[in-house]
Design a protein around this ligand. Structure first.
Ligand code: N01
Length: 544
């Protein structure tokens, strides 16, 4: 039941921003710099976005801390000290809180405020956002900073309401500590969230049973304290480090490769894979330049990863179950783990393959698959998100003539640059579908989009313009380009959340833009420099 009080007052701003994660916070900061009034609305109780909600045990970033942080303020990046190579969730949340305080952001953020609809009022050239309490906020520009993985997939199993113990979703983890000591626990799912939480839950539970529908590839994080020498080296010339990330393939200082797997000898392939494995993380994903579009090369890496799984897991039958065989390496989001495979060597951990024997129902004391029943004190659903389009379509967004975005995107997203949608003027989608977003370091993607949007707002203001809208033709061209780039990769060969396969009934479009991040940035810059090529711009005073 919603016990919030109805609120029908309407407040007007230049810019209304949905989401107080890293995108929304930076957008607010930029608006202030432009002298624009802005408000941020977020359903959460504080800043942090994804890091506010995903508090499950073991949650941490899979991009190096020195890369996964804001670059826009040198004092900020110099003063903040990360403790580990890959930051734990709590530290990232502390960082978000630090930024909010440092730039005095919270005074323009309304927390516990869930936006349910956003409609474009053509006569007034304004967006009107309505919350679940009936409060209305108006703005000439609307920035959707809602995140790509912020709408958890609800567990939709028969009998869940009758389960007698507690159950959790990794993406909606409670704020108070959850203690599994002495409990029999079931975990459903083996994606990134599961792979991070399983080793931690196994340390507490009396017994842990993992239900796996599809095994995922995972590479070791080799996490540890952040090397002080490395930190000093980066901070001595942080601007150059950031510039490299900005123009890179994936928005971070990873080691790229220009070597084709075909050109390398068998010895060379092996030594390069071993070397990168020893570095850990996403370095493995770029071992060869053609790993992402050549099945033969990809198989060399997949076979190597299988071999490593078999080395790490004692029981050959369990190791075999953990080896992904139905998708190429990296075509489902690669996981980065700490002791994930070793966890299956523990006496108190069991892996259950549910590919051919799905979960049929949750029972009062556990769950039943088509081949057996299991008893649990607690269940953890690590079943992921309605990604990318989900968080946007969860809001009833209506553009010109009241057209619902839900209708326009029924067959999949359509956008210009993943930033704007024809028929939805003055609305920007930060890291939206058809932008590089989830295939990059999200921090770089967020900063690039926010800077592009704020430059655009500055341009409009300077030129007395109040409306910007993607032309239908530029949108069609971008959609086509996205398809071409995506189809040239191996991504479409996997039933991943990139193609919406995890959500029953969702259209099967490949959602992120698979092109080079630096090239995408260049294109966005060129379009802006060319007086916003492909956009319709209009002058006029917005209604008071
Ligand atoms: O979700 P997922 P996630 N019955 O969708 C299974 C980011 N992230 O929360 O593969 C049984 O990857 C599903 O099986 P299948 C990162 O981008 C980052 O783990 O669909 N099983 C799968 O195994 C990541 O990719 C970090 O066959 C069901 C699992 O649940 C993204 O978030 C950490 C099922 C869901 O895996 C999502 O990760 C965490 C059902 N009905 C997350 N429904 C880092 O930065 C689903 N599954 C490290």
């Amino acid at each position: 039941m919603n016990d919030k009080k109805p609120d029908t007052a309407c407040q007007a701003f230049d810019v209304v921003i949905i989401g107080a994660g890293f995108a929304g916070m930076y957008m607010l900061h930029k608006c202030r710099g432009l002298g624009l009034s802005a408000i941020v609305l977020d359903a959460a109780g504080d800043v942090g976005g994804t890091w506010y909600w995903n508090r499950y045990p073991g949650a941490r970033c899979d991009i190096d801390s020195l890369d996964y942080s804001y670059s826009f303020d040198d004092d900020l990046q110099q003063e903040w000290k990360w403790s580990e190579r890959y930051s734990p969730q709590a530290e990232i949340l502390d960082y978000a809180a630090h930024v909010a305080k440092r730039f005095d952001l919270r005074r323009d953020i309304r927390f516990d405020t869930l936006v349910v609809s956003a409609s474009f009022d053509e006569a007034a050239t304004q967006w009107e956002l309505v919350t679940d309490t009936g409060a209305a906020f108006r703005g000439t520009w609307c920035v959707m900073a809602v995140g790509c993985l912020s709408l958890p997939q609800k567990p939709d199993f028969d009998g869940l309401d009758d389960f007698r113990g507690p159950w959790y979703h990794t993406g909606l983890w409670p704020h108070e500590a959850v203690d599994f000591t002495g409990m029999k626990v079931g975990v459903v799912g083996t994606g990134s969230s599961a792979i991070q939480s399983i080793p931690q839950i196994a340390k507490q539970a009396s017994h842990l049973t993992v239900f796996q529908r599809t095994p995922n590839f995972s590479v070791p994080a080799w996490n540890g304290p952040l090397d002080p020498e490395r930190e000093q080296e980066v901070k001595a010339d942080y601007a150059v480090f950031r510039e490299c990330a900005r123009w890179s393939q994936s928005g971070y200082n990873g080691e790229e490769s220009h070597e084709s797997g075909h050109e390398a000898s068998a010895n060379r392939q092996r030594s390069e894979l071993e070397r990168r494995w020893a570095v850990g993380g996403f370095t493995v994903l770029s071992t060869f330049s053609d790993i992402g579009n050549d099945l033969e090369v990809n198989k060399i890496v997949a076979d190597f990863a299988h071999e490593k799984i078999r080395e790490r897991v004692n029981d050959p039958a369990v190791a075999d179950l953990l080896c992904p065989k139905n998708h190429p390496f990296g075509t489902k989001r690669l996981c980065v783990d700490i002791d994930y495979y070793e966890t299956y060597n523990r006496e108190n951990v069991t892996l259950v393959d549910i590919k051919d024997a799905p979960i049929e129902r949750i029972t009062p004391t556990g769950l039943a698959t088509s081949s057996g029943s299991y008893e649990f004190d607690a269940i953890v659903f690590a079943i992921g998100f309605d990604a990318m389009t989900g968080p946007l379509l969860n809001i009833d967004i209506r553009g010109r003539a009241g057209e619902p975005l839900r209708d326009k995107w029924e067959e999949g997203p359509q956008s210009y640059l993943g930033l704007t949608v024809a028929g939805f003027p003055n609305m920007f989608t930060v890291t939206g579908p058809q932008s590089p977003s989830v295939l990059t370091n999200m921090m770089s993607a967020v900063e690039q989009h926010i800077e592009w949007i704020s430059d655009c707002l500055g341009y409009l203001k300077e030129n007395g313009l109040t409306l910007i809208e993607a032309e239908g033709t530029s949108e069609n061209d971008w959609v086509r380009h996205n398809e071409e780039v995506g189809n040239a990769t191996l991504y479409p060969l996997a039933n991943s959340w990139y193609v919406g396969a995890n959500i029953p009934g969702k259209s099967s479009a490949f959602m992120p833009y698979a092109g080079h991040f630096g090239e995408y940035r260049k294109l966005c810059d060129e379009i802006a420099a060319d007086d916003y090529r492909g956009f319709k711009l209009e002058a006029g005073e917005p209604a008071a």
